[in-house]
Every structure is written in structure tokens, then in C-alpha cells.
Ligand binder design. Structure first.
Ligand code: PGA
Length: 259
């Protein structure tokens, strides 16, 4: 069975001391609980990666970054490379989040290049896709998401695809309190798994982790995670509080146990 992966995307929140306090609280709350069906990941801002890693080093929590540059090194003022992320303890990196697509003009082509670079450096990309509200309302959801997934995976070998995770995040559900219904999520997740099958075959598609993101919280996590093709969550707002993030992790853990 596929493991659940629950990742917290802290976005541009928390100073260094706040990040340390938040992750310490998560570690404390987790103590004594062994997670056997869930991988928990936190993605703090760049400046906190190293210190957070020091705190979670011997725990079940893994570290991810929210973005990276597609070049190896050089004159790219203000940017962070894949090798830098690895050296800070990252195992995961979010790529192509809708906020990066919207505010920083990231395209499917750039997402594709970043995925290659991330995998080359041993990072697991969490690749974000999802439609805008007007695209959903005009019935273009499957077309938009398919274009994004095909663009992200264009020319990638099966070994690259195998390393990736896709987060389906309907843009209208991000930070709005409006969540996709479990049925809406399942419908798109099934399409995504079909696209993975198309590019990398059955075996990889069956093992492939597809997260849902967009106002996931303790109250709706169970219903979403119960869908057959929903294998975890990418959590924004609810990952900034230890208790709500851990409640989502525990919901995944108990569903995992029953499967
Ligand atoms: P949200 O954000 O949970 O606050 O909606 C999710 C995300 O943007 O990854």
C-alpha cells in the first residue's frame, strides 16, 4: 500500500525562533506515537531549514523546502540551489506551487527543469498542480491539470517520475477555507494517476503518492484521505499550529491502519 505523506507548507510565516518553537511543539506532541503509515514533512522558510533540521534530526519528521532555483550555482542573487537544500538537511522540495506560478511567473517548462535538477541532487519534488476557479467553472479542470502534469513530466524517465509526488491543489481552495469535496478531489486524483501510468507505467503509478491541498484541516482531512487515490495532504494554514497539523497526521495514520 502507498504510505500517506502529510507535508506542512509554512509559506512566508515564522521567524527563526517561531519556527524552532513550532517544530519543538510538534516533536513534543508526537512523542510516544510511532507513525507507521504516515511520513510527516515540514517545509519552513529557507532561513529556518538548518535549525529545524537540528531539532527533527532524530525524529520521524522529514524536512522540505518551499522552492529552489533550477541552476547549480553562480550569479543568481537571492536564489537557493538544490545542493544548498541538501546540505541543510532537506529531503523534499515543493515545486511549482500556485503562488509561485502566480506571483513569480513559473511555467510548466520551468517546473520541468526544476524537477530534473531536484532529482539529480537527491531531493523528492512535491509538484503542485491545480485549476483556477474560472477554469473549474468552465469545465476545464481535467484539461488544465493534465496539461500541467504532462508539462511537469515532459521527457522525464520513469526513475525521475518515480521520485516525484504530485499535490493536487485547486487554486480556489488554497487559503480560502473552501475545500474540494472528497468526490471532486478523487475525480482529479484518478486522472492524475492515469497520467502517471501513461508516462511511467503501472507499477510506478500504483505506488505514486498524490496529495490533496487547499484548506485541508482536521475537520475535513478524514473524508478527503479516505478517497482511494488521495495519499496525503499539502497543508498550509493548518500546518502552522502543532495541534491541527498533528490531528491531520493522526487522521491519516488511523486510516492507514484500517486499510
Ligand atoms: P492552505 O494552503 O492549506 O492554507 O489552503 C495549502 C497550500 O497552499 O499548499
Amino acid at each position: 500500500m502507498r504510505p500517506f505523506i502529510i507535508a506542512g507548507n509554512w509559506k512566508m510565516n515564522t521567524t527563526l525562533s517561531e519556527a524552532e518553537a513550532l517544530v519543538r511543539e510538534m516533536c513534543r506532541d508526537l512523542e510516544g506515537n510511532t507513525l507507521t503509515h504516515v511520513q510527516m514533512v515540514v517545509c519552513p522558510p529557507f532561513i529556518s531549514l538548518h535549525s529545524v533540521h537540528e531539532i527533527i534530526r532524530d525524529t520521524e519528521i522529514a524536512l522540505g523546502a518551499q522552492n529552489m532555483n533550477e541552476h547549480d550555482a553562480g550569479a543568481y542573487t537571492g536564489e537557493i540551489s538544490a545542493a544548498m537544500l541538501r546540505s541543510a538537511g532537506c529531503e523534499y522540495v515543493i515545486i511549482g506551487h500556485s503562488e509561485r506560478r502566480k506571483y513569480f511567473h513559473e511555467t510548466d517548462e520551468l517546473v520541468n527543469v526544476k524537477i530534473r535538477k531536484a532529482v539529480e541532487h537527491g531531493l523528492r519534488p512535491i509538484v503542485c498542480v491545480g485549476e483556477l476557479l474560472e477554469e473549474r467553472e468552465s469545465g476545464a479542470t481535467v484539461e488544465v491539470v493534465s496539461r500541467q502534469v504532462r508539462g511537469a513530466f515532459s521527457g522525464l524517465g520513469a526513475d525521475h517520475v518515480r521520485t516525484c509526488i504530485i499535490a493536487y491543489e485547486p487554486v480556489w481552495a488554497i487559503g480560502t477555507g473552501r475545500t474540494a469535496t472528497p468526490e471532486q478531489a478523487q475525480e482529479v486524483h484518478e486522472v492524475i494517476r492515469g497520467l502517471v501510468r501513461e508516462s511511467a507505467g503501472d507499477e510506478i503509478a500504483n505506488q505514486f503518492v498524490i496529495q490533496y491541498g487547499g484548506s485541508m484541516k482536521p475537520e475535513n482531512a478524514g473524508d478527503l484521505l479516505n478517497q482511494p487515490d488521495v495519499d496525503g495532504g499539502l497543508i498550509g494554514g493548518a500546518s502552522l499550529k502543532a495541534d491541527s497539523f498533528l490531528a491531520i497526521v493522526q487522521a491519516a495514520e488511523s486510516i492507514g491502519r484500517e486499510r
